[in-house]
Design a protein around this ligand. Structure first.
Ligand SMILES: [Zn+2]
Length: 286
């Protein structure tokens, strides 16, 4: 036996819960490549294999998503979508989040792989099969293979997740913004009541501390969200998102600089979607 089949069987026989199939990077509207990836995953005999589909985020525009859904629905095994683009891929198009929710709803067997906390949680309360949250920038999205990774001015330092703002910030950015007034404190076991900027002083272990802090923060947040029906979970997340957008304004006022903290396009889009949802539907009767 040669090729990927033996790889999957080895992984599963050694105790892996699942194995991911291979995918090339699929540019928007390259239906031939999308169908080839779908077909190659269906030729694998082993159970426990998840079909990996690595897509450029332009597939989530309105002119491409119907085509994508049609192919994904034809895949007979669970599908892990990985989104490609610079920075946070879903920030590139306002259609990304509504069309992702449509994919979860209409396909039923699709999850997200290598995403950030916000998009991962949104997936989990809107019908995705699973979400794999990356604990470093390079594990939260794909960079198109013909492009160099572009960075958001982090100076090579890790990004830390701030739960109140539901967003990642580089340690350099936070240190700059919080110099005069002190930062938002974090009571996770890594920070122990300090603002996460304490990590910027570390000569070694900074990345590990940031990764541990990020993990603690999103696990705690998920514990709060992961109760009740899916409608209740979606309602709770929508409320958190609206509060997070307001918290950006409050935090900017606190540090005395208008716009110092700005919601990402994805967070802003989710807040607009939350506002569109009737209050009665977002808050189930007791
Ligand atoms: Zn912390």
């Amino acid at each position: 036996m040669l090729g990927p089949e033996i790889y999957h069987r080895d992984a599963l026989s050694l105790g892996a819960a699942a194995s991911l199939s291979a995918s090339c990077y699929i540019e928007a509207h390259d239906t031939a490549a999308l169908e080839a990836v779908a077909e190659s995953s269906s030729r694998i005999d082993s159970g426990g294999v998840i079909a990996s589909v690595a897509l450029d985020v332009k597939w989530l525009r309105n002119d491409a998503v119907d085509e994508l859904i049609e192919v994904l629905r034809g895949i007979s095994r669970p599908v892990a979508l990985t989104l490609g683009g610079q920075f946070n891929p879903t920030d590139a198009h306002t259609t990304s989040i509504p069309n992702l929710r449509r994919i979860y709803r209409e396909c039923g067997h699709v999850g997200l792989w290598r995403v950030d906390v916000l998009v991962g949680f949104d997936a989990m309360v809107h019908g995705a099969l699973f979400a794999g949250i990356g604990n470093s920038g390079t594990l939260r999205h794909l960079v198109p293979p013909d492009e160099k990774p572009r960075f958001g001015g982090g100076g090579g330092r890790p990004a830390v997740y701030i739960p109140k703002l539901m967003q990642y910030f580089s340690l350099d950015t936070l240190t700059d913004r919080w110099t005069q007034v002190g930062g938002l404190i974090c009571d996770c076991p890594v920070c122990e009541g300090r603002a996460p900027t304490w990590m910027a002083e570390l000569s070694e272990g900074m990345r590990a501390a940031a990764a541990d802090h990020n993990l603690w923060c999103w696990l705690r947040l998920w514990e709060e969200l992961d109760e009740g029906s899916s409608a209740e979970r979606a309602s709770r997340l929508a409320d958190r998102i609206v509060a997070a957008v307001e918290a950006h304004t409050e935090e900017s006022e606190r540090v005395g600089a208008l716009g110092a903290f700005k919601p990402s396009p994805t967070l802003a889009t989710m807040a607009k979607l939350a506002a569109l949802t009737p209050e009665a539907a977002r808050t189930p009767a007791p």
